[in-house]
Design a protein around this ligand. Structure first.
Ligand code: KIV
Length: 283
């Protein structure tokens, strides 16, 4: 049976009903299909694709064109979950006008349902304007990977009381600006709970402990497909990389030994057609 389309109202209601939200990333059609079949609530086409798909050091180089290309692929497989398109670095930081135009492009050209952008108090006016333009926004605070270098690297945030208070202020400011949910990344677990208790919209954690309203993980981390760098908050539910490596190596060995393709992987030709052909080419 086809999963009913998850709406932003369903996401907001989940918090009131005490139902934990399940969110994963996807960057292409097969993973969109699998996330859909697995019945997750939300699929994020994250700019983490810069790292786990494109092999970049961070997310800064990811462009609008990259995002649109990947969102288009994911939505073809993803019918049930709410699909979030990540706004890349500098697509919303330059002006409110740019933010509205680029958020609109992710929906119109990419086909996602909503957008996500990083930033707290300073980005509340931008979020307000995008929401006013009719585009639902998911916020992202705590560790914000696009500005990781300004934050001192990919590190836990909210370490001392003042820094933790700033994150609570960020959550409240972007809630007031109109986000329908908030991603909270890499903060101490007790702060995760305090943030979730400070706002009415769902707080979806990634490295924010268990006492938030849902969890998101980068799928390639969670399935052990990308293991160049595995953050502390990632749980690897499986490790597909060695399985894929074994398959590619076995294929290579069989090709080199002439064992692949076998008769079961080869197309047949009638004896008559073959002898006619041989006559035609003088063999
Ligand atoms: O780009 C991404 O995958 C993200 C997650 C880390 C939430 O923003």
């Amino acid at each position: 049976m086809e999963q009913q389309k998850v709406t932003i109202q369903d996401v907001i209601k989940a918090k009131a009903e005490g139902r934990k939200l399940v969110m994963v990333t996807a960057y292409d059609y097969p993973f969109g299909l699998m996330a859909d079949e697995a019945g997750v609530d939300i699929v994020l086409v994250g700019d983490s694709l810069g790292m786990v798909v494109m092999g970049l050091e961070g997310t800064v180089e990811v462009t609008m064109e990259h995002m649109i290309h990947h969102i288009k692929a994911v939505i073809r497989g993803c019918r049930g979950p709410l699909v979030v398109g990540d706004m890349p670095f500098m697509s919303y930081n330059t002006s409110i006008r740019d933010a509205i135009i680029n958020a609109g492009r992710l929906l119109k050209e990419g086909g996602c349902d909503v957008v996500k952008l990083e930033g707290g108090v300073d980005f509340a006016p931008t979020i307000h304007a995008v929401v006013k333009a009719g585009i639902p926004v998911q916020g992202h605070i705590g560790l914000t990977p696009q500005t990781a270098s300004a934050l001192g690297g990919f590190k836990m945030q909210g370490r001392d009381a003042a820094a933790a208070k700033k994150i609570i202020d960020d959550a409240k400011a972007i809630e007031d600006a109109g986000v329908f949910s908030i991603i909270l990344e890499a903060v101490p677990a007790p702060l995760g709970k305090l943030v979730a208790d400070s706002v009415h919209v769902p707080v979806i954690g990634i490295g924010a402990g268990p006492d938030v309203d849902g969890q998101v993980l980068v799928t390639h981390d969670m399935i052990g497909l990308f293991d160049k760098f595995v953050p502390k908050f990632v749980k690897q539910y499986t490790r597909v990389r060695p399985i894929i490596m074994d398959a590619i190596k076995a294929y290579g060995k069989e090709v080199r030994e002439g064992a692949f393709p076998g008769p079961e992987n080869s197309f047949k030709m009638s004896g008559e057609a073959l002898s006619q052909l041989k006559q035609m080419i003088g063999k």
